[in-house]
Design a binder for this molecule. Structure first.
Ligand code: ZN
Length: 146
């Protein structure tokens, strides 16, 4: 993988633009300083999160998958594109739906269910080390083995 030229660099361009746009919106509307209950925050914060979490990160992951650098620790080889798409097109929306029902409809208090994850706080970037994503049985305990 060292000497191979990366394929499909345009994916990086798209994810970079999405990230940049999220950043611009955040800056433009001072969202970091804005009261979370304000209209401005409630309108733009989900947009920023969507651009970052649902556009930039998955596209980065796809780019890494295509270039064989997104590692599947279970299989000890890179993710296949099919595996990757299953992860993002099925598992994540299913989880998002569950969270929407629990936290938005039933208004449960949100606790960080990722706190015990070996990947914490980068579960998005290293889902194999995420208990929520993989389950306690299958999670990859990297960083935790001595
Ligand atoms: Zn996690």
């Amino acid at each position: 993988m060292c000497n191979k030229k990366p394929k499909h660099k345009w994916l990086k361009v798209i994810s970079g633009s999405a990230r940049e746009l999220a950043y611009q919106i955040n800056e433009r509307f001072d969202l970091d300083w804005e009261d979370e209950t304000s209209i401005k925050h409630r309108i733009f914060w989900p947009v920023v999160c969507f651009l970052h979490d649902s556009v930039a990160l998955p596209i980065d992951g796809l780019y890494s998958t295509i270039n064989g650098t997104y590692w599947n620790f279970d299989a000890d080889r890179p993710f296949t594109i099919r595996e990757y798409l299953t992860l993002f097109l099925w598992h994540r929306p299913a989880r998002a739906m569950k969270e929407f029902v629990i936290y938005t409809i039933f208004r449960r208090e949100r606790i960080d269910e990722h706190l015990g994850c070996p990947s914490w706080p980068d579960c998005d970037e290293a889902p194999m080390g995420c208990i929520v994503e993989r389950g306690l049985e299958n999670v990859e305990w990297y960083g935790a083995r001595d």
